[in-house]
Design a binder for this molecule. Sequence first.
Ligand code: GNR
Ligand code: NI
Length: 169
Amino acid sequence: MALLSILRYPDPRLHTVARPVQAVDARIRDLVADMLDTMYDAQGIGLAATQINVHERVVVIDVSEDRNQPLVLINPAIEWASTERVKGEEGCLSVPGIYDGVERAVAVRVNALDGEGRSRTIEAEGMLAVCIQHEMDHLMGKVFVEYLSPLKRNRIKSKLLKQLREERA
Ligand code: GNR
Ligand code: NI
């Protein structure tokens, strides 16, 4: 079990674009195991490698009530997204304590490699669809607060920077 530290907004490294994984080998399997440990420890429903400062297209998700249905998405690609959209409250382990509304596609179909390197297609709606879109944004260097108004985003930035300063004091 290894816990990795999670980058916090406004860390500029959160805006790095991740590169595709070339092969699902032992290194990637170790990374996935550590990301799952980290996500469960932090009580998140998802974690993108970007958040732990690894800039490869790896995501872990578990939206199950009992926290026992891990999903691993490597090199995820959206094959289809509904034109119907819905606004829901989002949070992020990299933006602790902040929650706000973001509009997303209601349903998506995603192709990705699983933890064993097998290709699979996932059809998602509800919380899983939201989480997949949120995590894929991380891989593109995008954090959910970038969907908010500049005013809100700047307030969030100031609040989190102040928290960091206070923690270091
Ligand atoms: O734990 C998380 N909860 C959450 C709630 C609403 C919308 C998206 C999320 S993802 C977040 C974990 C996280 O930051 N993943 O990148
Ligand atoms: Ni997040």
